[in-house]
Design a protein around this ligand. Structure first.
Ligand code: SF4
Ligand code: SF4
Length: 497
């Protein structure tokens, strides 16, 4: 029997632990669920010894020799990883590590020659020496050596001027991240073992070298999950894009040219052009989804029915994602004038319920009119929703090379932690400013904030699931250190969100 480490996952040494994560390519190609855990480096040494598929008996002897344990114990360890169903828990000393099922797997010689013979670029052969440790920390959430993922905001230039725009276009609005800088940073990321990257805008396709960016990223072995666009792409551009097998997200809020002109500030021909582009992507067999942001003008059944009729004939569309507009930190339009009213949402919800049984498109519709706020007790671990990645696992590179902690904070100086033109990824990640933000002291919180008197302050901060963006939306930029709006101690909002 041939066994080995399952290369649908990868290992990245992180100073005092190893990060075990699902390979973005396996997530995209095989639909593998996202996995990330901090494991004791001793286990990564074990996986390193198995990173090249080999006969089970050879693996058992190798593990026994390396760790100085009996052949029987070595066999037991391997069998547990090989056959146990569900999440596997490993205890070394008094520390627990968590592993997904099949982290060691059986290889089929027929199906996997490219892995068996090491021809697949992602089949990295690890060495135990990559994971030598003197101290172990499986607790702290913040990545130690470098971020886990990078977000490149290649430009903030757009094809449209949406009234609900979430981007800060007040500064550097005509900048494009330089291709050679992107390549240099990607090479650095590769050496550091970073696998997760995202390319976003503004409008990604307005970067004059978008094709080259994707080409370089692919050559360096990165898998980009999704690129979002509002730009009507030509057949030639779509064919070029298809080469990369990246999912495309078209934004489409209405099929009525007058409505789109009002919301996106585009000319009357835009609607025809973007619909032609979507139909062309469908015909070419691209992987794509459509996203709709509803404002007061578009949140009506007529608009959604028209969109539905446009989309239902498309063969390759797999998701239509519908969202309600939320307050932008940067738009010059008043949120109160464009927000969806509760009665509008209720009508739409009835429409959605009527159609969801018969539709042939998967519609991702908001289940609630508003996110539930002010409910969580006991700190940020109990805040519902996606886990915040800002300054914990991800960093964001802006078009002028400045680095911030969250793409929605843009050039807010409080959150700028470095500049890729001046420093390397790992150095920026560990600048005093980045570390200070992650360990912000209670004594430095302004007195008016309930966080300054909170009994679980350190626990809440260390779990780091507070959303600075929503806090600033609700209380203003100067009150960035107020409680997250989901916290039960959040005061009444200054701005409704
Ligand atoms: S008051 Fe502040 S520190 Fe305390 S739980 Fe709420 S958000 Fe966290
Ligand atoms: S600060 Fe808010 S928007 Fe930014 S990554 Fe965290 S949760 Fe997301």
């Amino acid at each position: 029997m041939i066994i080995g480490f399952n290369h649908d996952y990868y290992l990245r040494f992180d100073n005092k632990r190893t990060i075990l994560a699902s390979n973005p390519e396996a997530v995209q190609e095989k639909g593998l669920s996202d996995w990330i855990s901090r494991i004791h480096p001793i286990y990564s040494m074990l996986f390193a010894l198995l990173s090249k598929p080999q006969k089970k008996e050879d693996a058992e002897s190798k593990i026994a020799d390396f760790f100085g344990i009996s052949f029987e114990n070595s066999k037991k360890i391997i069998d547990r990883f090989l056959y146990k169903k569900g999440v596997i828990i490993g205890k070394y000393g008094d520390q627990m590590s968590y592993f997904p099922e099949n982290i060691i797997r059986i290889y089929d010689q027929q199906d996997e020659p490219e892995i068996l013979f090491g021809e697949k670029s992602d089949t990295k052969v690890y060495k135990p020496s990559e994971f030598i440790f003197s101290e172990v920390d499986l607790e702290s959430r913040r990545m130690m050596k470098c971020p886990h993922g990078l977000v490149f905001v290649v430009t903030t230039v757009c094809a449209t001027q949406c009234i609900y725009c979430y981007a800060d276009k007040s500064l550097n609005c005509n900048r494009f991240l330089d291709l050679r800088e992107i390549e240099r940073v990607l090479r650095e990321a590769r050496i550091l073992g970073i696998r997760e990257i995202q390319m976003i805008g503004g409008e990604f396709f307005l970067h004059p070298q978008w094709y080259e960016i994707l080409f370089i990223a692919r050559e360096l072995g990165f898998t980009i999950p999704l690129i979002s666009t509002k730009l009507p792409l030509s057949e030639v551009e779509l064919i070029k894009f298809k080469e990369f097998n990246i999912r495309l997200q078209f934004s489409l809020d209405s099929v009525d040219p007058n409505v789109l002109s009002n919301i996106l500030k585009v000319n009357q021909s835009y609607t025809r052009q973007i619909l032609t582009s979507i139909r062309m992507a469908d015909k070419l067999g691209l992987k794509y989804k459509v996203a709709t942001v509803l404002t007061r003008e578009t949140a009506n059944c007529k608009n959604l029915s028209e969109l539905y009729h446009e989309l239902e004939g498309l063969e390759n569309l797999n998701v239509w994602s519908i969202r309600l507009v939320f307050r932008s930190l940067y738009s010059s339009y008043r949120f109160e004038d464009i927000r969806v009213q509760k009665r509008q949402y209720d009508n739409l919800y009835n429409w959605y319920n009527g159609i969801k049984e018969i539709n042939n498109i998967y519609i991702d519709f908001p289940e609630n009119y508003r996110t539930n706020y002010k409910y969580a007790e006991g700190g940020s671990e109990n805040f519902k929703g996606a886990r915040c990645s800002a300054n914990m696992s991800h960093m964001v590179i802006l078009p002028d090379g400045k680095v911030t902690i969250c793409e929605q904070l843009y050039w807010n100086p409080r959150f700028i932690i470095g500049n890729i033109h001046e420093s390397s990824i790992d150095k920026i990640w560990n600048t005093p400013k980045a570390l200070l933000l992650s360990r912000w002291q209670k004594k430095d919180i302004q007195e008016q904030s309930n966080c300054s008197k909170c009994s679980v302050y350190e626990t809440c901060r260390d779990f780091s699931n507070k959303c600075y963006v929503n806090t600033i939306r609700a209380y203003g930029n100067d009150n960035w250190d107020y409680p997250d709006p989901r916290c039960s101690q959040a005061p009444p909002y200054i701005n409704d969100i």
